[in-house]
Design a protein around this ligand. Structure first.
Ligand code: AMP
Ligand code: MG
Length: 354
């Protein structure tokens, strides 16, 4: 199949809407990352999405709607949903609710809940409006790869697999939406994103964070969100996260003899020797790091390095989305870097796996 790369126009929305209504696939920009869209009410479209991504079909898709009230068509809403909608929609929040029968089981991977999101990106909104159907859309990457933040990255993964890619520039947030579940007693974060637990807490009063958020869970686990059990975002070269003080991380990397690449804080880019360095943003600026992370994880392959290093993000609320993505991208490979120690210029603990 030929994959068309187009820029948005009234005619493009019409054609994209037609493709979606007849069961085809269109990738489109959102404020978080690019989505790979199909008609959420068409069971075959969901099957095509899983095939195009190479994604296990038990990993449910997020259904995109053009206004928060449209959730009524596909899910059983509640008061908390509307509190969250008032505060965060349209925007980078996905809410899991009990599903209505109209949503095919193939969209939700066979489970009885559905994830609902109302994106703020004007192209996504116009596409859903013109298509006149809710759009099921996971991130538009091959399963396991970093989510695409530009149309060009979508093209690299999806060329020949889908009918159309709409180019809307680089996604402004850069990591996928915050996913919360409202199917239990407490609003629970299943996947962290730009909207952080503290902000949710201010709106709904009580918030839990699923344990799987902080660990790279292995296949076979049964975390609340099925997507959390797969290795994700991983570059082909092994990524290792380094914990500890920044200067100790720099010394550790500079002691590495293999061909190396570093995802570096802006402040430290000049301090690494003999390394292919990518700036991922200022150390204390999680938003710029989120914006740059997936692009960095893709671009770093150009270095053709033997090993990639990055700082382990802090474990607090503001960095939770980065922590979650990076711990999964490295498959749990974290090495603590210690200050100058006895018996050598650099004492490094045994590598351990979380
Ligand atoms: P992606 O489609 O790549 O943005 O990933 C969607 C994420 O939302 C995955 O981690 C899914 O497991 C999660 N998700 C989607 N639908 C549900 C649902 N009904 N219940 C729990 N998690 C969901
Ligand atoms: Mg994804």
């Amino acid at each position: 199949m030929k994959t068309e790369l187009v820029i948005p126009s009234a005619a493009v929305y019409e054609r994209a809407g037609e493709i979606l209504r007849r069961g085809g696939l269109v990738a489109f920009p959102t404020e978080t990352v690019y989505g790979l869209g199909g008609n959420a009410l068409d069971p075959d479209a969901a099957t095509k999405i899983f095939a195009a991504k190479g994604r296990p079909s038990d990993n449910p898709l997020i259904v995109h709607i053009s206004s928060p009230e449209d959730a009524e068509n596909i899910a059983y809403t509640n008061e908390t949903y509307y509190k969250l909608a008032k505060a965060f929609m349209p925007g980078p929040l996905t809410v899991v609710l009990p599903k209505k029968d109209i949503v095919p089981d193939s969209v939700t991977g066979g489970i009885k809940t559905v994830a609902v999101r109302c994106p703020s990106h004007p192209v996504a909104r116009e596409l859903i409006r013109v298509a006149k159907v809710p759009i099921a859309a996971p991130s538009a990457n091959l399963s396991g790869s970093p989510s695409p933040t530009t149309a060009d990255y979508v093209m690299r993964d999806m060329d020949g697999r889908i009918e159309m890619i709409i180019d809307g520039g680089q996604s402004e947030i850069g990591v996928e939406s915050t996913v919360v579940s409202l199917t239990g007693d407490v609003c629970t974060v299943l996947r962290p994103g730009d909207i952080i637990p503290r902000e949710l807490y201010e709106v709904v009063g009580e918030v839990a964070v699923a344990e799987a958020v902080k660990v790279p869970s292995a296949a076979g686990d049964n975390p609340e969100s099925p997507g959390m059990k797969y290795k994700h975002y991983a570059p082909e070269t092994q990524l290792i996260l380094l914990s500890g003080e920044r200067e100790d991380v720099i010394s550790y990397v500079n002691n590495e003899k293999r061909k190396k690449a570093v995802l570096s804080y802006s402040e430290d880019t000049g301090k690494y020797k003999d390394a292919y360095v990518i700036d991922i943003g200022s150390a204390d600026d999680p938003k710029s790091q989120m914006y740059n992370l997936f692009k960095a994880l893709r671009d770093v392959e150009k270095a053709d390095a033997d090993i990639i290093y990055a700082n382990l993000p802090p474990e607090n609320d503001d960095f939770l989305a980065l922590y979650n993505r990076m711990i999964r991208a490295c498959g749990g490979e974290v090495v603590p870097c210690l200050p100058l120690g006895e018996g050598g210029p650099l004492a490094v603990d045994e590598e351990f796996t979380i």
